[in-house]
Design a protein. Structure first.
Length: 277
């Protein structure tokens, strides 16, 4: 798949994210839009999986540790063929299976139920360790938010991953600089994340989180790294793709009204029409 094809899929995913959140009038657009390019790359270019066999024991695993960004994961899963795209209109509805946070018991393709920040990466460490002890060759991937780095459990998981030399584990950190209460620097500064992970004996990779060539190269480097886990620090923009949502912490957990939704759709479809033309 080419970078342009991945870009087109990510635009479609952004439209599904907005459709779901607008219809539900609930959800988290900002962080969903910032991590969707990484998710698109994982599910369409990197991970070994088969939508027809979502519980295949040989599949690669993924954990969305920042579970409130479930709309991004659901959109990519729908595009990948795990369930119909139309299901996004029932996001957070009691009539459907797409809860506000990932639910592995009801949503095909979800490998771990998440929500409480900091816990998803610990589950991913467990999955990677299970593969090691069982002699399996599947890989485990996880995405955390940079605000999630405030959680002490993240660093406990990091210590465990280094101890067991989990080179089959790759963590992606969505470094968009914002969390629910404002900038990460003001709420609880965690920089320098690269030096901290290096001190925890992780292989550290930097990448632009909206550049598909860099995303693919970073994941390839992580796959080639041996004897230690890898972390990819993704420089991203919260609300990426919708100009009035970009770099605005107010869009962390707010649904657009009708005028805002139509403006966002027009912006995204306009870009799509321009690129296709």
């Amino acid at each position: 798949m080419t970078n342009l094809e991945l870009e087109a899929l990510a635009r479609r995913a952004r439209l599904l994210i907005l459709e779901g959140i607008y219809t539900a009038q609930s959800g988290h657009p900002g962080g969903s839009l910032s991590c969707v390019d990484a998710l698109t790359t994982l599910y369409f270019d990197e991970m070994r999986l088969d939508p027809a066999k979502p519980r295949d024991p040989e599949r690669d695993r993924f954990v969305l540790s920042k579970g409130h960004c479930a709309p991004a994961l659901y959109a990519v899963l729908a595009l990948r063929g795990f369930f119909p795209e139309e299901d996004m209109r029932l996001l957070r509805s009691i009539k459907a299976h797409l809860s506000g946070h990932p639910d592995m018991t009801h949503v095909p393709g979800v490998d771990m139920s998440t929500g409480s920040l900091g816990q998803g990466i610990s589950a991913a460490v467990g999955m990677a360790l299970a593969a090691k002890t069982q002699g399996k060759d599947y890989r485990t991937y996880a995405i955390c938010g940079d605000g999630e780095m405030d959680e002490g459990q993240v660093w406990e998981a990091a210590m465990a991953a280094a101890k067991w030399k989990l080179d089959n584990l790759c963590l992606l950190v969505d470094v968009n600089g914002l969390q629910i209460d404002g900038s990460t620097e003001k709420v609880m500064p965690t920089a320098p994340l690269d030096e901290k992970f290096a001190a925890f004996r992780w292989h550290v990779i930097h990448a632009e989180g909206h550049d598909f060539a860099q995303l693919r190269a970073a994941l390839s480097e992580a796959r080639a790294t041996k004897a230690q886990p890898s972390v990819i620090l993704l420089r991203t923009v919260k609300g990426k793709g919708v100009s009035f949502m970009e770099n605005d912490a107010g869009w962390h957990g707010k649904a657009p009204n009708e005028a805002q939704y139509l403006a966002a759709v027009a912006e995204l479809t306009g870009k799509e029409a321009e690129n296709n033309g």
